[in-house]
Design a binder for this molecule. Structure first.
Ligand code: CP
Ligand code: NVA
Length: 341
């Protein structure tokens, strides 16, 4: 193991990482969050030069997912395999969780057999119950409310492009109260960034989450703004971020969301309004999957939804860097909890 990686792991482990794992970004101190980003960057560099370690040798990690996933699932299983560990993926069909068995009982079984759990599900409460009763770290791979491992990858991607996070302006457009928007707000507040959430008033984030983010931002020198006008939101933004208009589990809301969210589509005009296209100082971000062309069932007849194809495919679009960074950040997170000292 490279000395730098070992030092970062020691620093993280000395810092008393939450034993319950990571359910939302508030579980981490700012220092821990930055250490995780540094560790992820170092692990990424090692992998790019063909070096992987044995940080998770002998470790077994359960990956129970109630919802579909491409990135989070493979980011987790590849991260674990890279470091010599073993993962067991359980889809909703493979488990009794919440059907024939309570979450508490499933938690106790998984905790007896596994060293950690990467969970994806609907109710955030399920993740909390798993953490309360399994006795092993639980990492939230997305719930209805939060997507903290996504936000870690997003922050790493922004930092790779701009060299730092302090003061960087990120404008999020679309469904302002979903899991991705909530975790991004927490992450940007902790990183001292200028975060703008721009959505129709009906889709603004919960007041308590905003208040909490504002409290953190006051400490870190960041700024949290909630606005409804996309023109105002993107002015001077260095990163423009969007997500799907209808999250998993909300399919019945499709029609009303489409009516509400067209003005919040990210297109070339949106990117131009940042005032940063000409000097190439703006990036586009999306957690993916994205409806940017005619290639999905939903968009076959109507074309792009939350982002147009020209923006998605532009050189300033960093969406596949984000996707790759899911793996490096998840690897850092799991190693921080489970690597031997
Ligand atoms: N961004 C993300 O979480 O993607 P998946 O749904 O494919 O895991
Ligand atoms: N908000 C989206 C994110 C997908 C990664 C959803 O929950 O479906």
């Amino acid at each position: 193991m490279a000395a730098a990686i070992s030092e970062m792991l020691n620093a993280l482990q000395d810092s008393c990482l939450p034993e319950r794992g990571l359910l939302r970004l508030y579980d981490l101190t700012e220092k821990q969050m930055f250490l995780l980003l540094d560790l992820a960057a170092a692990l990424k560099q090692d992998r790019q030069t063909g070096r992987c370690g044995r940080l998770l040798s002998g470790r077994n990690i359960a990956v129970p997912f109630e919802k579909s996933s491409t990135r989070t699932r493979v980011a987790t299983t590849v991260a674990i395999a890279d470091e010599g560990g073993r993962s067991e993926y359980l889809s909703a069909n493979d488990m009794h969780l919440g059907k024939k068995e309570s979450v508490k009982d499933t938690a106790r079984v998984l905790g007896r057999l596994f060293d950690g759990i990467m969970f994806r599900g609907f109710a955030h409460r399920t993740a909390e119950l798993l953490a309360d009763h399994s006795g092993v770290p639980v990492w939230n791979g997305l719930t209805d409310e939060f997507h903290p491992t996504q936000a870690l990858a997003d922050l790493l991607t922004v930092r790779e492009r701009f060299g730092n996070l302090q003061g960087v302006k990120l404008a999020y457009l679309g469904d302002g109260r979903n899991n991705v928007a909530n975790s991004l707000m927490e992450g940007c507040a902790k990183a001292g960034m200028r975060f703008v959430n721009c959505s129709p008033p009906q889709l603004s984030p919960r007041a308590d989450l905003v208040a909490h983010a504002e409290e953190i931002a006051a400490r870190t020198g960041g700024q949290i703004s909630i606005v409804n006008d996309p023109v105002v939101a993107v002015h001077d933004a260095q990163a423009v971020y969007t997500d799907v208009w209808v999250s998993m589990g909300e399919e019945s809301k499709r029609e009303e969301r489409m009516d509400m969210l067209w003005p919040y589509q990210v297109n070339m005009e949106t990117m131009r309004r940042t005032g940063r296209l000409d000097d190439d100082s703006v990036i586009f971000l999306h957690c993916l999957p994205a409806f940017h062309d005619h290639h999905t069932e939903l968009t076959r007849d109507i074309g792009a939804l939350e982002v147009t194809d020209d923006v998605f495919e532009a050189p300033f679009s960093k969406v596949f860097d984000q996707a790759e960074n899911r793996m490096h950040t998840i690897k850092a997170l799991i190693a921080a909890s489970l690597a031997p000292r």
